[in-house]
Design a protein around this ligand. Structure first.
Ligand SMILES: *[C@@H]1O[C@H](CO)[C@@H](O)[C@H](O)[C@H]1NC(C)=O
Ligand SMILES: *[C@@H]1O[C@H](CO)[C@@H](O)[C@H](O)[C@H]1NC(C)=O
Length: 150
């Protein structure tokens, strides 16, 4: 490969990386495997910008590792190590979130949810912890995403 070609490959690779900047941490997905996570507002930054007064959209593709009749979403904002609940308009994730319940072991699912960012929230950095729980309250997935409310 010529130097010019390798430079082109490098530039292309960094463009691809820059458009997929979302960093997330798996915080204990027990009965599922996370395949991909996308959040609106982090297309250009490693910290997801949650705009005050708007809705942030989350998409998680995961494989369920068990059969479950119900799924429940739970979202917390971790501020200085302390988890505060983020009220969700719809915590029953079998409704209006792209999942068709019951979920089956080994199947891939795309979960989508929108969370209102209240203008009353403080404009600070927050670690968003998003859990989807199965019928016994164990996590199908648990992800943490660095974010900032602006
Ligand atoms: C989230 O989705 C809603 C509905 O599709 C859209 O109106 C809104 O602009 C989206 N939010 C962001 C931050 O992209
Ligand atoms: C689920 O997605 C993973 C990763 O994209 C893929 O390897 C696997 O074959 C898919 N499984 C099914 C049952 O579609």
């Amino acid at each position: 490969m010529t130097a010019v070609k390798s430079l082109a490959v490098l530039v292309l690779a960094s463009v691809v990386l820059a458009t997929h900047a979302l960093i997330f941490k798996d915080c204990g997905s027990v009965y599922g495997k996370v395949r991909s996570v996308a959040v609106s507002g982090c297309e250009t930054s490693n910290t997801c910008i949650l705009k005050s007064g708007s809705s942030a959209n989350f998409t998680v593709v995961f494989t369920s590792l068990e059969d479950t009749d119900t799924t429940k979403a739970s979202v917390h904002g971790i501020i200085a190590g302390i988890p505060m609940p983020f009220p969700l308009p719809q915590s029953d994730a079998c409704q209006n979130s792209g999942l068709v319940c019951p979920l089956s072991n080994g199947q891939n699912y795309t979960y989508t949810a929108s969370i209102p960012i209240s203008p009353a929230y403080p404009k600070i950095k927050v670690l968003v912890k998003w859990e989807l729980q199965e019928v016994h309250g164990k996590d199908l997935f648990c992800i943490e995403i660095p974010a900032a409310i602006l």
